[in-house]
Design a protein. Structure first.
Length: 97
C-alpha cells in the first residue's frame, strides 16, 4: 500500500430513520463507535430504505468505511475552512429616510 493511501474495511451498523411533519432524518451508527475524520466516507449496503410519514425505524446493515488518505483529508480540511468563511459574508444597508 502506498503511504497516505486510503484504507477500506467493512463494519456492521445501525441505521435510524425518522419521517414526520417536523423532521426527516437518517443517522448511521457504526459498531465499535468508530471515529470519523475529515474526508472519510461511509457507504451503507442493502436495499433502499423507505419510510412513511410518522414512522421511526431502525435497520441493521453492513457498511464500508473508506478512510481518507492524507491528500483528501487535507483538501477536505482546507475546503471546509473556505466554505465556513462564506457564512461570514454579511452586508448591512443603512435605512433611507
Amino acid at each position: 500500500m502506498l503511504p497516505g493511501a486510503a484504507v477500506k474495511f467493512d463494519v456492521a451498523c445501525t441505521v435510524h430513520v425518522e419521517v414526520s411533519a417536523e423532521r426527516c432524518r437518517a443517522d448511521v451508527l457504526l459498531d465499535g463507535n468508530l471515529a470519523m475524520g475529515p474526508g472519510d466516507r461511509v457507504r451503507v449496503h442493502g436495499e433502499p430504505i423507505r419510510a412513511r410519514i410518522g414512522e421511526v425505524r431502525s435497520y441493521r446493515r453492513m457498511a464500508t468505511v473508506e478512510r481518507a488518505g492524507w491528500l483528501r483529508r487535507t483538501w477536505t480540511k482546507l475546503s471546509g475552512h473556505f466554505a465556513l468563511t462564506e457564512l461570514y459574508e454579511v452586508s448591512f444597508t443603512g435605512a433611507i429616510r
